[in-house]
Design a protein around this ligand. Structure first.
Ligand code: TYD
Length: 213
């Protein structure tokens, strides 16, 4: 599906399992693209807007163990709808480069596959929520189980796991779901080998985005 109006800016998304290194890459890309003279907005989901950040709290709070899968899917979509309307579209209209950690693809994998709500259903819900705003390019950070587990363990030494991270089986289902969804997802996607050194990963990501700028 096409973006419904011409946008001056570029919309790039980073995707990958928990522990694939998205935040590190996002910080590096922000630095590199800013140094090349682009005006860059770095943001993330769930959250990215004041209302979205409140929804994020609800979603990740480990005390909300009673949350039904459909509620979860709708809250991610609601956070995204607000993010697009209030933050992403205005930045794109101003001609900025928007770098977003996670977008529709995450919902398809986590809620569509992980929670068994269906790939097609979650895609349609999110196309509606975003007015069918499609990224110009999505970088998928592909990592192996070992690297992912190492990074997650390190993270859990410093902070408590969130509601989704508490369920190891769910995370495993999600990780397997990525492969499945990659085959059917219609948006432009570049797969990056995230098992390389952080410098090599960043270099590959910069090269991929530069082609689009
Ligand atoms: P976060 O701490 O931002 O994780 P990460 O650093 O790995 O991105 O937490 C976001 C969690 O929400 C993460 O486990 C993935 C999950 N998620 C979904 O289930 N659906 C979605 O649509 C999005 C955007 C995130």
């Amino acid at each position: 599906m096409e973006n419904h109006r011409p946008l001056k800016g570029k919309f790039f998304v980073l995707e990958g399992s928990d522990g694939s290194g998205k935040s590190t890459v996002a910080t590096g890309l922000y630095r590199e693209l800013t140094a090349r003279g682009h005006r860059v907005l770095k943001t993330r989901e769930p959250g990215g807007s004041p209302i979205g950040e409140e929804i994020r709290e609800l979603l990740l709070n480990p005390q909300n163990s009673a949350m039904a899968p459909r509620t979860e899917a709708l809250l991610y979509a609601a956070s995204r709808a607000q993010h697009v309307a209030q933050v992403i579209l205005p930045a794109l209209e101003e001609g900025k480069v928007v770098l977003c950690e996670r977008y529709i693809f995450s919902s398809i994998v986590y809620q569509g596959v992980g929670r068994n709500l269906g790939i097609e259903e979650i895609f349609r819900l999110n196309q509606w929520a975003t007015g069918a705003l499609v990224p110009h390019l999505t970088l998928y950070l592909d990592t192996d189980n070992l690297k992912r587990e190492e990074r997650l363990k390190k993270r859990f030494l410093g902070e408590e796991p969130d509601r989704l991270e508490l369920d190891g089986d769910f995370l495993e289902r999600v990780h397997r779901g990525y492969g499945k969804v990659l085959e059917v997802f219609p948006h432009a996607m570049k797969i990056i080998d995230a098992t390389q050194s952080p410098e090599a990963v960043l270099k590959q990501c910069v090269a991929a985005l530069e082609k689009e700028l």
